[in-house]
Design a binder for this molecule. Structure first.
Ligand code: BTN
Length: 321
């Protein structure tokens, strides 16, 4: 079956491209082109169709591109970059392939993107950053409780440096702006408690959601909600990688403690009442007093101070009475 993404790559937002020209270029029939483009909405892509003329994107797409990314990447970057059009999940592939430390895999589209707590993660073609990287931590798994928080700081720093405002963090791994969730972080670990451990760090960031994605994604936001410039995907991706390249070795050496006050300064629920829900449905509540030096959440609950590690816990804010 002719892939929709392959055809969308042939289109642009400046002028119409005829179905015939695409068919000729790809060596397929015009009806195959038309059938494939009928699925463009599944990718969050809106097209202008003009009978007898062709197709045009309503929004330009800045495709990920290695030379544009490396242009901004630090000279001594520890990362080796791979881009792919479509994949099930970048996290899954890096894990399956036991990819080397420093490997980065970014996809234009994921068919089975994974979020925390077994949830799906859906991006928007040309409107998201979807990537994973492998980092080796010499201190072992037992020191990595604060890793998703540290990664959140790297993301927030990169976005602020690019001129976006109002970025907040929600424990343990969400980036938010006032309108909703902007990015999520999925970390999967392997290795020893004390010896070296490899982390696959997956990041999904919404740059521009289509109107239908906005409608369907619960509480999702994109960078247009962060009063900044119109996002440049390659530049932003490289800036995030640069921040991670600086922060991850420091985190490995010094842990989360030196980052704690910066995290708390961006913490959207600092001092708020919240409900904690564990996978078996058990709930408890209390006032969020902050983060411990190892990244655990500190809550003053009915039974005194509660210290919570990420695990499978999910957190809800209690609405003010
Ligand atoms: C969350 O639930 O908030 C975490 C979402 C993480 C999504 C990213 S997208 C790139 C990488 N590959 C995946 O399958 N998931 C992560």
């Amino acid at each position: 079956m002719l892939h929709t993404l392959t055809i969308i790559r042939q289109l642009n937002a400046d002028e119409f491209t005829s179905g015939e020209a695409i068919a000729k270029q790809l060596g397929v029939s015009r009806s195959a082109v038309s059938a494939a483009l009928n699925r463009s909405a599944d990718f969050g892509i809106e097209l202008e169709r003009r009978h007898g003329v062709g197709y045009k994107l309503t929004q330009p797409i800045e495709w990920l591109d290695v030379p544009s990314i490396t242009q901004t990447l630090s000279i001594n970057s520890p990362f080796s970059l791979n881009l792919i059009d479509e994949i099930e999940s970048t996290n899954r592939t890096l894990r399956q392939e036991s990819a080397a430390a420093g490997s980065v895999l970014a996809a234009e589209w994921q068919t089975a993107g994974r979020g925390r707590l077994g949830r799906p993660w859906v991006g928007s073609l040309g409107g998201s950053l979807l990537f994973s990287l492998v980092w080796r931590f010499n201190g072992g798994i037992s020191r990595l409780a604060g890793l998703s928080l540290a990664v959140g700081i790297a993301l927030a720093r990169a976005l602020e440096q690019q001129g976006y405002h109002g970025i907040g963090l929600k424990w343990p791994n969400d980036l938010l702006c006032p309108k909703g969730k902007l990015a999520g972080i999925l970390i999967e670990l392997s290795g020893d408690a004390l010896g070296p451990a490899d982390a696959v760090i997956g990041i999904g960031l919404n740059l521009r959601l289509s109107p239908s994605e906005r409608l369907h994604a619960n509480h999702a936001a994109d960078l247009s909600d962060c009063s900044g410039p119109s996002p440049k995907r390659n530049l932003l991706f490289a800036s995030i990688l640069n921040e991670l390249a600086e922060l991850l070795p420091r985190f490995d050496q010094d842990g989360f403690a030196p980052l704690r006050s910066e995290w708390e300064a961006r913490h959207i629920w600092q001092g708020e009442q919240a409900r904690l829900i564990s996978p078996n449905g058990l709930e408890s509540s209390g006032k969020i007093i902050g983060i411990a030096e190892d990244g655990a959440l500190r809550i003053a609950g009915e039974n005194g101070l509660q210290v919570v590690y990420a695990g499978d816990i999910s957190l809800r804010k209690v609405a003010a009475a």
